[in-house]
Design a protein around this ligand. Structure first.
Ligand code: UT7
Length: 320
């Protein structure tokens, strides 16, 4: 196997406020039963009005750096995957860089909707492989509650706020690390999942709009195909997979993808019940959860996979 960079450590942060499903029918025509059975979601965390995306990302980043056991001064690249930045510019990544007191290297945001973390991981991996960075902080951070129409039951029940982060470094021993990252997009499906606002359209943040059923079909088919291609490229078999850490949009999508791949549902790690869909934060949040619980261990073969607006999708295979 040809390893490039590897995950030194991870961390996450969730806002304190929790909204459980059974609180939603007070204002919406919905039910705990519908949300649970159709998505697997039981509750979501919502950021305080005073908390910005950078506040969530900063908390997750601090924990990831601590768990990596490296000095903060060794971080020379920061990438934040997000669709809900603090400001149109500068990037949330530079804001977090400032909060961390990092004075060297470079920082920028990536926007690939719910696939953002895999895009960011792929970019960071390439910088490290090409010796343009030594240690990268890769953050997925979202305050999706700010772009939800709380009167639209088809979207607002699905999302939550949170942040997850990893530190990626060069593995000198070459015995573990990222094996492969695969990225795809198809702009013909732009209108299946989008936000109806923007700087250059109506100068508003806008609200999430989704044709859920259609996204669901694309999700299973595209994620299965993407993982199969990646396994083949790297001479791996589906039986080699120890854990799948999927983007947490819907438990049914996550399970169906595994079944179609021929991988046991027991290998699919889920936090969607607790955190709902946190877009680009969902993979690092779930990774951190599984590492803390000692479910994912060093040496395990782990697959990340995600699909989101664009459509964008991708996967990453690594020996953790
Ligand atoms: O993160 C980025 C990627 N996103 C995804 O991967 C999400 C993909 N899509 C999905 O996860 C699912 O399509 C949803 C969870 C969004 C929806 O589940 P579904 O089983 O596809 O339901 P549906 O949209 O076909 O709606 C079924 C029914 C409709 O009522 P009628 O027309 O059958 O009378 C909806 O109006 O459920 C109704 N409905 C609701 N009922 C109660 C929609 N939202 C709700 C709700 N509560 N919150």
């Amino acid at each position: 196997m040809n390893f490039s960079s590897y995950i030194l450590g991870c961390g996450s942060y969730l806002p304190k406020k929790i909204i459980k499903n059974n609180e939603l029918p007070k204002k919406l025509k919905t039910s705990d039963e519908w949300i649970k059975t159709r998505t697997g979601i039981r509750q979501r965390h919502i950021a305080d009005k005073k908390q910005f995306n950078s506040d969530l990302g900063f908390e997750a980043a601090q924990k990831a750096i601590k768990n990596s056991q490296i000095s903060i001064s060794n971080i020379d690249l920061i990438i934040v995957a997000t669709s809900t930045p603090d400001h149109t510019f500068p990037s949330t990544a530079t804001k977090i860089q400032g909060k961390l007191g990092i004075k060297k290297g470079f920082a920028f945001d990536i926007q690939a909707a719910c696939s953002g973390f895999i895009y960011a991981l792929s970019v960071a991996d390439n910088y490290i492989v090409n010796n343009q960075a030594k240690n990268a902080l890769v953050i997925g951070s979202e305050v999706f509650s700010r772009i939800l129409d709380w009167n639209d039951r088809s979207t607002c029940v699905l999302f939550g706020d949170g942040a997850g982060a990893i530190v990626l470094g060069k593995n000198k021993k070459k015995n573990s690390g990222i094996i492969s990252t695969e990225l795809y997009s198809d702009g013909r499906h732009y209108d299946l999942l989008y936000v109806n606002g923007g700087v250059a359209t109506n100068q508003k943040a806008g609200y999430v709009k989704m044709k859920g059923k259609e996204v669901f079909k694309h999700a299973v088919q595209k994620l299965v195909s993407c993982i199969e291609i990646s396994l083949k490229k790297n001479n791996l078999k589906k039986n080699d997979i120890d854990w799948i850490v999927p983007h947490q949009a819907n438990k049914r999508i996550m399970d169906m993808t595994a079944v179609k791949l021929g991988v046991s549902k027991d290998k699919v790690l889920a936090t969607v019940d607790k955190y709902a869909n946190t877009s680009s934060a969902s993979i690092p949040l779930t990774l951190d959860y599984a590492v803390k619980k000692k479910i994912i261990k060093r040496g395990d073969i782990v697959v990340f996979e995600a699909i989101g607006g664009g459509l964008t999708w991708g996967c990453s295979i690594m020996k953790y």
